[in-house]
Write a protein of this length. Sequence first.
Lengths: 80, 233
Amino acid sequence: MKARVIVTLKSGILDPQGKAIEGALRSLGIAGVVSVRQGKVFDIEIAEGDRAVAEARLKEAAEKLLANTVIENYDVKVMG
Amino acid sequence: MKAAVVVFPGINRECDMARALKLASGREPAMVWHAETALPAGIDIVVLPGGFSYGDYLRCGAIAARAPIMDAVRAFAAKGGLVLGVCNGFQILCEAGLLPGVLMRNARLKFICRNVYLRVERSDTPFTRGYNAGQVICVPTAHGEGNYVADAGTVARLEGEGRVIFRYTAPDGARAPEWNFNGATNAIAGIINERGNVLGMMPHPENHVEAAMGPADGRGLFQGLAEHLDRAA
């Protein structure tokens, strides 16, 4: 089964990398960029037939390693 | 003082740390590989040194914090054993849940390598008994992710319980934004856990332990630890 885990910074957490990217986009002249927050995407293949089980396992992975829940939120999407 | 220095792939300060520990205690520390599952018998302090474990992949310290040896370090800390984490070691302790909060990218996104001034906030811990409270020490720093962040409740608790042990200040001990070079919350450079046996700090006291290195201001930390542990033994 293929899945995607998206990790993003919680709101209120300063994201200097996002800010730098935001500045670069503006200097490239890309119009209308209001703000940028940088996150991470993990594409994971998991050997599990049951969707719910796969999702539970990936949530565990996110809690234990992929995200630092002090500063980050995560979202698990099992794509089948 | 019978120290163990944990060696993770990608760290580079383990020899400096071992040298400082030996200088203070007269004993060569045990070097423990991260894949071990137990600490050597008779150890009274575990040190996580600085560097770039796993190339800082994922988040600084994140992968090292899940290494096999860390269960043993956690158990050692739970029994009251002293644990010191410096730089990447501090990041690992936060990622391992042994200390609260997280070290984020420096506020101005630059890797900063230079001497900094730290005010020692307390002298009544095993790690700082070699100093006076309020004393300012000069030690090197070298990191890109040392900007301490925690939620407001955690910071309030750390402050309220006197668990901020080192703070970035001017040479005279005054706090000012320009001396808080990495943007850390409340200029926090080092904190201790609730029980007082786990300390994490970003700067490198192990690099200022002999006159040849410049000021030997880091020596007090190791000397204090050696005295504390030799008295306890």
